[in-house]
Design a binder for this molecule. Sequence first.
Ligand code: AFD
Ligand code: MN
Ligand code: MN
Length: 407
Amino acid sequence: MSDKQYALFEEQQRARGIDIEKVKNKIKQLKVETPSWGFGDSGTRFKVFEQEGVPRDPFEKFEDAAQVHKFTGSSPSVAIHIPWDKVDDYKALKSHAESLGLSIGAVNPNVFQDDDYKFGSITNADPAVRKKATDHLLECVDIAKEVESKAVSLWFADGTNYPGQADFRKRKNWMQECLQTMYNRLDDDMRMLIEYKFFEPAFYHTDLADWGMAFNMANKLGSKAEVLVDTGHHPQAANIEHIVAYLLDEKRLGGFHFNSRKYADDDLIVAAHNPHEIFLIMQQIVAAEEDKEDPGASRTAANIAYMLDQCHNIEPKIPAMIRSILNVQNLYAKACLVNLEELREAQEKQDVLWAEEVVREAYECDVSPLLKAVREEIGAAVDPMKAYRESGYGEKILSRGKGGASW
Ligand code: AFD
Ligand code: MN
Ligand code: MN
């Protein structure tokens, strides 16, 4: 990137009242966690198209994740999923991660693939099944402690397919009872991130179906319980940026699972279909980060766990992850270019078109000179996708063959 290009960009932004050095620092602080399960084979209920060279075990998943961090400089942690990432020695997995410049991020329990969970896990009418599921949650808290992870990220497939199949209120109370048992196991510096999902795999009701149910559950459990917003988990046309602002104001936004969807939980490359939505989400976060009048909201914003939750079924996985990280950075960078003082003035004056223009203007800025400058300063590749393509890593791992790890 030419210095001239960057100098012109910087001059333009200064003229807009933007502190570019501050924006660069904010972008450098944005770290996005990759999901171990995103590197293994994945698919839909119709077909898993096995890919040549996918990792054969959790250790190789971390090696692939290390490529994403190597070229972007912005994804130093990897979420694990138990039992998909079960190993005999978690400390060995942690040391392996550290040898690659990575840390183990959120620990994700799995109470949706065992036959016993056919009619639910922590909402199952059979107390023995609820206990089995709760024991697994406790096991995951213990694994988190062993690998010094500070977050256990919870998603439940629990739900029903037909009216009358189960008692909604009993299930709600069973869930709370099991989650309280898990909550009580958390260390003071740990947190549980409660994810919700509108539907799937249950098709009539899902026990944690929306942000309100997750928020209510987190409130009942205590301050170490927060809400996880998966961007693919909402009804069509849901205003996710409003949900995010509400949770920030309540100091209950714990993190994100970024992906994009057209119609359902498609787990596709984040912002591939609707980048504006992710920008508007980021704009709420940046406004909270900079809100001097609400230190609680800015603390919450500063403590968000940014994670990808994606499965690349037809495209090569490592470059798809790199693309996703770049998309998140791009939209966060744009959100940092909103002149918040000007926006506040326009809002106070209720000048609709001025306020809309202040936000739109930032969205329409080409931030590539800014991102290239940041990448140069942090020692990442100026063009991560090109650098990965030219690295030969994708070819090297083909020797692993087919039939590697899958979820
Ligand atoms: C699926 C679920 C949910 C969960 C993820 C990892 O829909 O998003 O977070 O698997 O368990 O995507
Ligand atoms: Mn998710
Ligand atoms: Mn999902």
